[in-house]
Ligand binder design. Sequence first.
Ligand SMILES: [Zn+2]
Length: 135
Amino acid sequence: MDRFFAVINRAVFKNTLAPCVMRWSRNRWRITLGLCDVKKRVITLNCALDDARVPDMIVASVIHHEMLHLHYGFSESKNGTRRFHTHEFRAAEKVFPGYADSEKWLGQNWPMRGRPAKRRTPENGFLKYLELMTG
Ligand SMILES: [Zn+2]
């Protein structure tokens, strides 16, 4: 997980994000993929993603989404509601390599059914690709 953060921080955010705590959720969540506590700088990923059937690309995309929350924080609208997913946020999310493929994969495969498989030590195929894509 920390390796995902480090590679995405370098490749996408030019190392501008200060370190944050990365952890898996205690329980499997039905729908939510990840959460980001912007103030405490904690990213929690659904432990259901900790499954060898889930490609690294998906984990990377979810972490990227949560890292965008660290990057943008939130904007407060006139009536005081916090807006996290601004147009700017969504535009930045879409340029992530693998974003479209991840959305498609999640649409077809999420939530996962059946027994989770133990996640392999990542070969980092996708992270290598990401580093190449972003130079
Ligand atoms: Zn979000």
